[in-house]
Structure formats: structure tokens, C-alpha cells
Design a protein around this ligand. Structure first.
Ligand code: 13P
Length: 254
């Protein structure tokens, strides 16, 4: 069955030295292992190498993820990071389509789809984000909106190993606001995502794809989400910035 996943998105926090320190703290907190839970940290791009070194030196039980990638292989794309650059510093995962990238930087479903394809071609696991705004939720159109995102974001993907494609449902109104969706809210949308994946990829593949919840997930509420049938883990922002709180969430998932 699906292995749970707890992933930390550090967003634009932690300088190189601070990132190394946080990774060391987390390696220490998790030194007894993470049981059956896949743990991932996603530092800013310039911290990736430093965190990779900590993982290697301490044999830390967590994987490394980036927060973004560009879909071209190389060339005149000032400021962007190519997939083989992520591969070369040891990134196993990459977040794509985060609502902050969609909202502030104009990332579209078409971009997200291209990024997923290029990452998969490089053996990097996409953590593909979706989620509705407050306006869409208040209009009662959240399920329809997210299902449409999923259809566009997964168009033409060939998923041979479903453990290597991850989705994160992050309702925008719950990100960094302290307003969490309830576990039932998360299950409603995540269940609809799973049903959409069944339509697209068939049941066997859909049953193997992890779908995470994100949005003010904390040590004291994560267990409630994980009890739900289709919720396979959490994508954590604020609470991933301290080793003890992030480790507590991993332990709650074990
Ligand atoms: P918070 O956990 O800070 O609400 O952030 C969620 C998120 O956006 C993770 O990608």
C-alpha cells in the first residue's frame, strides 16, 4: 500500500548556514529512523548542496527536494534551475505548482505539466500542488476546480511507478493563515482527486499515488488528517522550520 510521506517546504527561509543547522537538527531528532514514513525536506535552491552533504554525512533518514525547476534542459533562462542541476546536487524530489508560484510568479497548469514530465525523465519525483482560493471554496466550486487542475497537471504523464509521483492538495486559504481545513474537508477533495486519477490512470496506479494535505498542518493536527482514507501525508510549511516540530509530525505519522 501507499507509504506515508511528510514533506517540509522551507519556502524562502533559511540561509545556507541556517539550512545546514536545521538539517543537522532534524537528522539528530530522527536518528532512530522514520519507520515506514518517507520524509523529505525542501530547502531553497542555494541550500540544497549543503543539506545534501548533511544527509550523506549523518546518514539521515530523509530525502532532499527542491521547491521549483524549469522545464528546459539548459540555455538562456536567467535565474532558472535545470532538472539536471537538481539531479547533480542530489535532489530526489521537487515541488511544482505551489500556489505561491502560481499566484506570485504566474505558473500555469501547462507549466506544471511540463515540469512534471521533465522531472520524471530525470528520475526526480514531482510533488505536484493543487488547491483552490477562498473565493472558489465559498462559491462551492472547490472540488470541480481542483479536479480540473489535476486533469491539466497530469495530462499525458506516463506513470509506471505510482510511488514516484506525489500530489499535494493545499487549499490556498489554509496556507500560513492558521486556518486549517478540517480532516473531512481534506478527504472530500483528496477523495475526488483519487477518483479522477482512477479515471485517468486506472485503479492500480491511482491507488499507489500519494496525496498529501498542506495548509497550517502542525504537530497537534496532523494525526487527524492521516486518519482519513485518502490522505497519505502532509506538506508542511511553517512547522517544518524547526527540527523538533517537524520531527514531531514525522513521529505522529509513524
Ligand atoms: P503552512 O504549513 O505554513 O501553512 O504552509 C503550507 C504550504 O504551503 C506547504 O507547501
Amino acid at each position: 500500500m501507499r507509504k506515508r510521506m511528510i514533506a517540509g517546504n522551507w519556502k524562502m527561509n533559511k540561509t545556507y548556514g541556517e539550512g545546514v543547522e536545521l538539517a543537522q537538527g532534524l537528522a539528530d531528532e530522527l536518528k532512530d529512523g522514520t519507520g515506514d514514513v518517507d520524509v523529505v525536506v525542501c530547502p531553497p535552491a542555494v541550500d540544497l548542496k549543503g543539506v545534501a552533504e548533511v544527509i550523506e554525512q549523518t546518514q539521515a533518514p530523509f530525502g532532499l527536494g527542491a521547491q521549483n525547476v524549469y522545464y528546459e534542459e539548459s540555455g538562456a533562462y536567467t535565474g532558472e534551475t535545470a532538472p539536471n542541476m537538481l539531479e547533480a546536487v542530489g535532489a530526489d524530489y521537487c515541488i511544482i505548482g505551489h500556489s505561491e508560484r502560481r499566484g506570485y510568479f504566474g505558473e500555469t497548469d501547462e507549466d506544471v505539466n511540463k515540469k512534471a514530465k521533465v522531472l520524471m525523465a530525470h528520475g526526480i519525483v514531482p510533488i505536484s500542488c493543487c488547491g483552490e482560493s477562498l473565493e472558489v471554496r465559498e462559491a462551492g466550486k472547490h472540488v470541480e476546480f481542483v479536479v480540473d487542475q489535476i486533469k491539466k497537471d497530469t495530462e499525458g504523464l506516463e506513470i509506471t511507478d505510482p510511488s514516484k509521483y506525489v500530489i499535494a492538495y493545499e487549499p490556498i486559504w489554509a496556507i500560513g493563515t492558521g486556518k486549517t481545513a478540517t480532516a473531512d474537508d481534506a478527504q472530500e477533495v483528496i477523495g475526488a482527486i483519487r477518483a479522477t486519477l482512477v479515471e485517468i490512470f486506472g485503479k492500480e496506479t491511482a491507488d499507489g499515488i500519494r496525496i498529501l494535505y498542506g495548509g497550517s498542518a502542525k504537530p497537534n493536527n496532523v494525526a487527524g488528517f492521516l486518519e482519513k482514507e485518502d490522505v497519505d501525508g502532509a506538506l508542511v510549511g511553517g512547522a517544518s522550520l524547526k527540527a523538533d516540530s517537524f520531527a514531531a509530525m514525522v513521529k505522529a505519522a509513524m
